[in-house]
Design a protein around this ligand. Structure first.
Ligand code: AKG
Ligand code: FE2
Length: 333
């Protein structure tokens, strides 16, 4: 934690997240909050070849979405991202007049290029319980988040119907996450699918069930379906990982609870206007991510023989999602 705080303190004094981040780090450094560290959840993975700046830049040009992190509305180009990344590395940016602090998200690795050359392997994953989407050549589809120094996400839930490995392939990150209690889910409802980075400090102080962990290069944690988390990056860094499925979440019913929670939020949003309603649609919208999760489960069902009871529960859940999304999908846009 000390090392991470030191790196954060080196950010430019005018960085728009500097004080909020410092607030969080001071809070976590208090003895009672240090106890919330959950380092036992860390899993190591192997990186075949160290990730370099060149790998990251090559990757950045391939795919992804580049946006100015405090506001989801400001989309940028790969060049904006690269410019911001260099300034952030050199000066702990952004300088007050330099607002091009772009984050690259959903950057999917293309086989043989960029970060995929570094081949990340989690050795203790076993199939068929665990299922990861594959590229045509059989390798897992790896997605990356490229974050300049001083980047802080809002509290967010990426998927209610799949889990993901959140691994650090370059630099280090502080991960904050909350147990999904009624209070947390109720407050979070209005932030879902929107980037609310400036609320992270408030949530750290107010929400029960907080845990935190610092991940260094080559370390990861599993984010189970529906886990609300927020991430701070003191230096330029990269998160790499993949979505995966684990049939245990069907057996113990935990995934269904989160999918039903998300369906309810979607139905409420649908009756709203403006950015709340807009957050449902588009490639990176809430609807699409839930649909992608369900498609992944359909693929999983086709892979090998499965336990009948699990198959029935899963089919029921997929049907429920289809039914409840039908009207929203058709007339919502
Ligand atoms: O690295 C980051 O800033 C965000 C990573 C994250 O939240 C994720 O991969 O789900
Ligand atoms: Fe995330």
């Amino acid at each position: 934690m000390e090392e991470f705080s030191e790196a954060w303190n080196k950010l430019h004094e005018m960085h728009y997240q500097k004080e909020l981040g410092r607030d969080i780090l001071n809070f976590l450094s208090q003895p009672e909050n240090q106890k919330l560290e959950a380092s036992h959840l860390i899993e190591s993975f192997e990186i075949k070849k160290a990730v370099t700046g060149a790998d990251i830049f090559e990757e950045a040009s391939a795919s992804g979405r580049y946006f100015f992190s405090p506001s989801d509305d400001s989309e940028g180009t790969v060049d904006d991202f690269k410019q911001g990344w260099i300034v952030a590395a050199e000066k702990g940016s952004p300088l007050p007049h330099h607002s091009k602090d772009y984050v690259g998200s959903n950057v999917i690795s293309i086989s043989g290029k960029g970060l995929s050359r570094c081949k990340m392997t989690w050795s203790n994953r076993k199939e068929p319980e665990i299922f990861v989407k594959k590229q045509k050549n059989g390798e897992n589809i790896l997605y990356n988040v490229l974050t300049p120094a001083g980047h802080m996400t809002g509290p967010h839930m990426d998927n209610s119907g799949s889990g993901h490995d959140l691994g650090v392939s370059f630099g280090s990150k502080l991960i904050l996450f909350w147990q999904p209690s009624e209070k947390v889910l109720e407050d979070y409802k209005l932030m879902h699918g929107l980037n609310r980075g400036n609320l992270t400090a408030n949530c750290v102080k107010c929400w029960p069930g907080l845990h935190w962990v610092i991940l260094r290069t080559g370390e990861s944690i599993v984010i189970s379906p529906g886990i609300i988390h927020a991430v701070l990056s003191a230096d330029n860094s990269v998160a790499s990982g993949w979505n995966f499925l684990n049939s245990e979440w069907i057996c113990n019913g935990s995934m269904k609870v989160m999918v039903e929670w998300e369906l309810k939020v979607i139905e409420e949003r649908w009756t709203e206007k403006g950015s709340l309603k807009k957050s449902l649609y588009g490639r990176h919208g809430i609807l699409n991510s839930l649909k992608q999760d369900m498609n992944m489960w359909k693929d999983w069902m086709n892979t090998s023989l499965k336990n009948d009871e699990i198959m029935k529960d899963l089919r029921d859940l997929i049907n429920l999602v289809n039914k409840r999304l039908q009207k929203i999908d058709k007339v919502g846009k």
